[in-house]
Write a protein that binds this ligand. Structure first.
Ligand code: SF4
Ligand code: SF4
Ligand code: SF4
Length: 298
């Protein structure tokens, strides 16, 4: 599965579809009913599940007046090297991997085996408060076994943020996304070889605005306070990272700095525009930052 974070606007339809499929339904041998719970804030809703096999992490970057929000989905990554499988009392029976790569926790033999849940570095296994068994996303294995082409959550997404397919099929869209490097795994440093990949994971950005030191009039007599088309160059630890020109608001933005959530370090930004002085910003930046205005003079 590939999740395109850029296409998600947080409607939660995928999350609700998962609850709809699993609460009150046993899909043996792959899963037993997900535990329902009453939301503490909305007790009038008889059923709002307190356990989600897919969650949305609300990632906010930057701050007023320049902030961005992304929704990052987390579900079982169906790892090829899954520590949850090894942690069971009887790997191969209690936990196992299907031929299609889906990792299964046996719902009938794992009661009380909380060590299975503790073994997942992604924190994607829940202990069912009613049955006391570890549970997680099954990639809707019962639907695939019945001939469906994709899981319930994928069906439910109105923006096609998910692409589901066979990573070994060289003709599939997911194969292209992963092997082109467009889609990347979350936390590959865990070493579990996950099979869920992401496009558009939020990383660190540095943004700012280029302005005249005092209002300038152009050849049409229009007063401009910002400088569009200025050249902005970003350097990280003395290595040039890229260059761009400011937009019609005089703004620039370097996004995608480093891995997930970004890489801090000493950044320098130099700005120049035709007929103007140059300006430079240098500072240690560790999180997405709007550096404010850089003023140039004629
Ligand atoms: S994400 Fe966690 S629960 Fe899923 S297969 Fe990997 S280790 Fe197991
Ligand atoms: S693939 Fe199925 S089990 Fe997994 S989150 Fe989606 S709907 Fe739930
Ligand atoms: S259904 Fe699609 S758009 Fe809505 S939260 Fe899920 S992935 Fe995002």
């Amino acid at each position: 599965m590939v999740v395109n974070v850029n296409l998600c606007y947080g409607c939660m339809a995928c999350n609700i579809a998962c609850h709809d499929e699993y609460v009150g339904n046993d899909w043996l041998p792959y899963s037993a009913s997900q535990a329902p719970a009453i939301h503490s804030f909305y007790p009038e809703f008889n059923y709002v599940p307190g356990q989600s096999w897919m969650t949305l992490d609300n990632v906010e970057r930057g701050a007023y007046p320049y902030a961005k929000r992304s929704w990052v989905h987390e579900l079982c990554h169906q790892c090829s090297n899954p520590p949850c499988v090894a942690a069971a009392n009887n790997p191969g029976t209690d936990t196992y991997i299907l031929d299609n790569g889906i990792v299964i926790i046996n719902p009938t033999t794992t009661q009380g085996q909380s060590q299975i849940a503790a073994a997942c570095p992604y924190g994607r296994i829940y202990m069912n408060s009613i049955s006391n068994t570890p549970q997680k996303c099954t990639f809707c294995a019962h639907l695939l076994a019945a001939g469906k082409s994709q899981p319930k959550c994928v069906d439910a997404c109105p923006t096609t943020a998910f692409t589901f397919g066979d990573l070994d099929d060289k003709t599939s869209a997911v194969y292209s996304m992963v092997n082109s490097g467009e889609a990347v795994p979350l936390h590959p440093e865990y070493g579990t070889q996950p099979r869920v990949y992401y496009i558009g994971l939020p990383t660190m950005f540095i943004a700012g605005q280029v302005v005249h030191s005092k209002a300038q009039s152009d050849t049409n007599g229009v007063t401009n306070e910002v400088i569009a088309g200025a050249t902005v160059t970003l350097t990280f630890n003395s290595v040039v990272q890229g260059s761009q020109t400011t937009d019609w608001l005089g703004q620039f933005e370097f996004d995608g700095l480093g891995p997930f959530y970004g890489a801090g370090g000493l950044y320098s930004i130099s700005v120049s525009a035709s007929g103007e002085t140059t300006a430079t910003f240098t500072g240690g930046i560790t999180t997405s930052t709007y550096i404010g205005t850089l003023a140039l003079s004629p």
